[in-house]
Design a protein around this ligand. Sequence first.
Ligand SMILES: [Zn+2]
Length: 440
Amino acid sequence: MESKLILNGTLINAGFILKADLLVTDGKIAAIDDNLQNQNPDSDFIDATGKLIFPGGIDPHVHFALPTPAGPSCDDFLSGSRAAIAGGTTFFMDFVTPGRGQSLQEALEYRLKETAESQLECGLHMGITWYDETIPEQMCWCVKEAGISSFKAYLAYKGSIGIEYSELEQVMKTAASLGAVVLVHCEEGDDILTKQKEFLKQGKTAPVYHALSRPAETEAESVRKVVDLCRKTGCRTYIVHTSAAQSIEYIRQGKKEGLPLYCETCPQYLLLDESVYQKPAAESLKYVISPPIRSKADQDSLWLAVQDGTMDVISTDHCPFNTLGQKNQGMHDFTKIPNGAGGVEHRLKLIYTYGVLTGKISLQQFVALTSTNAAKILGLYPRKGEIAVGSDADLVIWDPDFSSVISAENNIQTCDEDIFEGMDVKGNAWKVIINRDPLR
Ligand SMILES: [Zn+2]
């Protein structure tokens, strides 16, 4: 039996704050009490005086080694999980993205091999990237045989992995009958395709047209329809990467009705605004993500949603591509720029600095948004997302006094650029405990 003590820290749970010692035994939290050292004099210990202790971060939305025509996203499960650990995230969820007509089982088996490199426990959401009458049965297999209880559907990316609303309705009906949750990427795929074609025809090819082809209303209208489907099917519905004020209004309304509706946003939508697309084309390539970065007004309403509890989760949608060789393939055609950016390493620092230290959210809200709520929605709670006796010893010992500046040069995550380059951050995952010894 291997034990470790963490002494004199301040434990932050979503529900309460407590100054206490922790005893970790065989990867589980074995005791929370005062003066645990007296009772366990022979155990190794970490002195966490002056430190905060959070339940390990949970990032339910990352894309490691995501295949695209411009090559895979540049963090694989090894580098991505190392970056996650460095940033205080101890559990993440990635995706299975079946090819058109490929069985969910076959796609899962392939993806699982790739996850073997991960240095962290992780989970997979099953993408429903095409639809026929076999899908409900295959979804049933996922839940009952493969232990997967979350599915992901895309309403953007028509012609590749996107599906129709009528198909999504069937997916949601099936998921509701299985008690599963459906994550939805809400953007009006057809509208976006039309706008993209118009711009290209007019010779408007620069990265800024990526954003202009996907205005806020293309997201909000899709959210409105998905909230309707949530009401109609009773399916537990999770809107990913919410970025627009109007989307938040529809979600807030749905939640008031008591619908089983959840939503997330990401640091890039909370901390950056659309002025990034006014930079020279070569510089703005890195901000090409979907949905695009929005206006200040959208940003303000996202923060309000974070503050008032409408927002459940802050994830990253981590999906970096190098500018050199990947993003710049679309220098003269914005539709060829691979969509995505990195953030798994920075999430906790950014939200701590710009959420907690600015007084926008409390430490308890911080923990709820970065760990506890995701654990609850995804069926991991209370094994994860809470510092409690019997829970996994996934813990972040946080140094609140550490200051740094984000720079691609110093990152553990792999990418030649960083959308948060130059931002000052305070706080740092001083030690991260993952079911066992501190890894760093
Ligand atoms: Zn994503």
